[in-house]
Ligand binder design. Structure first.
Ligand SMILES: [Fe+2]
Ligand SMILES: [Fe+2]
Length: 313
C-alpha cells in the first residue's frame, strides 16, 4: 500500500503500443465508460430528493457525470480505441435503484468507491508517463477522481443518516456488501489465466484483496460491517435479507417529498421567526453543500490526499 492508501502496483506499467496491453486497457476503459453513462441517471434522483441539499447534490453530480462521460470518450479517441460492451458485473453494480437507502449505499458509497479504486489505483499508476498521450489523459482522470471522492462522501453521509433513522437497515446493508464482494472476482476472471505473464495483471489478486479490505474498513467505519466476521449462518441470513430488500427495491416507486417540504427547506416556514437562529440547520447556503460533502469522506481510506500526489509515480 502506498502512503495515500492506494494499492501499490510497483513499477508495473501498460505498454500502449502492445496489442495485448491495449486490449486489457480497452476492457477497463469500456467498463468506466458504461459506468459514467449510467452515472448520468442520478438526475432521476432529483425527483426523490428530500432536501434542498440532496437536490443541489444531484444537479451537480449529473453535470459532473455527463462531463466524465465526455472525458472518457476523449480518452478513447486519444488512444484510438473503440469501446466494448459492458461486463455483466458492471451492469449489475451500475443499475439504478429507486429505493433511496440502497441507492446511497450501493451506488454512491460502495459502487463509486470501487470506481475510484480503479481510476486512482489502476489507471493513474499503470498508464505509462513516457507515452505522449498519457499526461493529458491523467489530467482528465484526476478531475474525475476528485469528483468521485465527493460522490462517495455523499453516499457515506446519507448512509450514516439513514442508519441512524432506520437501524434495521444494518443487516441487509451488511449482506449486500458481502454479496458485492463475492461477485467482484467475476469481473477479472477473464484475465486470470494471463495473470502470471503480465506485470500489471500479476497484481490482480493483490489488488482485489486490497479493494476487499478497504471496503471492509469502509463498512466498519459506517457501522455496517461487524468488528469480528460473523459465522456462516449469520452471513447467509444477512445476505438473504439483503437480496430480499434488493428485490423489493426493484418494485419501489420514487416518492417525491420536496413539494411538501420546500417552504421549510427554504427557511420560510411558520416557525421562521422563532427559529431564526436555526433556520439553516437543514438548509445550506448555495455552494455550502459541496464543502460539507468534501469534509465527510471516510470511505475506508482515512482522509484523502490530493489525487495528484500519486499521479506522476
Ligand atoms: Fe463519474
Ligand atoms: Fe460518480
Amino acid at each position: 500500500m502506498v502512503e495515500d492508501g492506494s494499492y501499490d502496483f510497483g513499477n508495473a506499467r501498460f505498454d500502449l503500443n502492445k496489442p495485448a496491453d491495449r486490449e486489457i486497457l480497452r476492457f477497463i476503459l469500456s467498463q468506466a465508460l458504461y459506468g459514467e453513462a449510467t452515472g448520468v441517471f442520478c438526475g432521476k434522483s432529483l425527483y426523490s430528493a428530500d432536501s434542498l441539499e440532496a437536490a443541489r447534490f444531484y444537479v451537480r453530480q449529473a453535470k459532473q457525470e455527463l462531463a466524465h462521460l465526455q472525458l472518457f470518450a476523449d480518452i478513447f479517441r486519444a488512444l484510438d480505441m473503440v469501446p466494448l460492451p459492458a461486463h455483466w458485473v458492471i451492469k449489475l453494480l451500475a443499475s439504478h435503484n429507486n429505493y433511496y437507502p440502497l441507492k446511497v449505499l450501493m451506488e454512491h458509497a460502495i459502487g463509486e468507491g470501487m470506481v475510484l479504486d480503479i481510476f486512482k489505483d489502476i489507471l493513474l499508476q499503470t498508464l505509462p508517463d513516457e507515452d505522449p498521450r498519457v499526461p493529458l489523459i491523467k489530467k482528465k482522470l484526476r478531475v474525475v477522481c476528485r469528483e468521485e471522492i465527493e460522490h462517495v462522501a455523499w453516499g457515506e453521509k446519507e448512509t450514516k443518516r439513514l442508519l441512524h433513522e432506520k437501524p434495521w437497515l444494518r443487516t441487509p446493508y451488511y449482506g449486500l456488501i458481502e454479496l458485492q464482494m463475492a461477485v467482484l472476482p467475476k469481473l477479472v476472471s477473464a484475465f486470470e489465466k494471463r495473470a502470471g505473464s503480465h506485470p500489471v495483471l500479476a497484481h490482480l489478486p493483490g489488488f482485489l484483496e486490497h479493494v476487499r479490505a478497504r471496503v471492509d474498513r469502509q463498512g466498519k467505519e459506517l457501522g455496517i460491517v461487524p468488528a469480528a466476521r460473523p459465522g456462516t449462518a449469520k452471513r447467509v441470513y444477512a445476505m438473504g435479507y439483503g437480496v430480499a430488500l434488493f428485490v423489493r427495491s426493484q418494485f419501489a416507486r420514487s416518492k417525491s417529498t420536496l413539494e411538501k417540504t420546500y417552504i421549510d427547506e427554504l427557511g420560510l416556514g411558520l416557525r421562521r421567526g422563532l427559529d431564526q437562529g436555526h433556520a439553516g440547520a437543514r438548509t445550506e447556503p448555495p455552494g455550502g453543500s459541496s464543502q460539507s460533502v468534501k469534509n465527510h469522506s471516510v470511505n475506508g481510506r482515512g482522509s484523502e490526499r490530493a489525487i495528484g500526489d500519486r499521479a506522476s509515480t
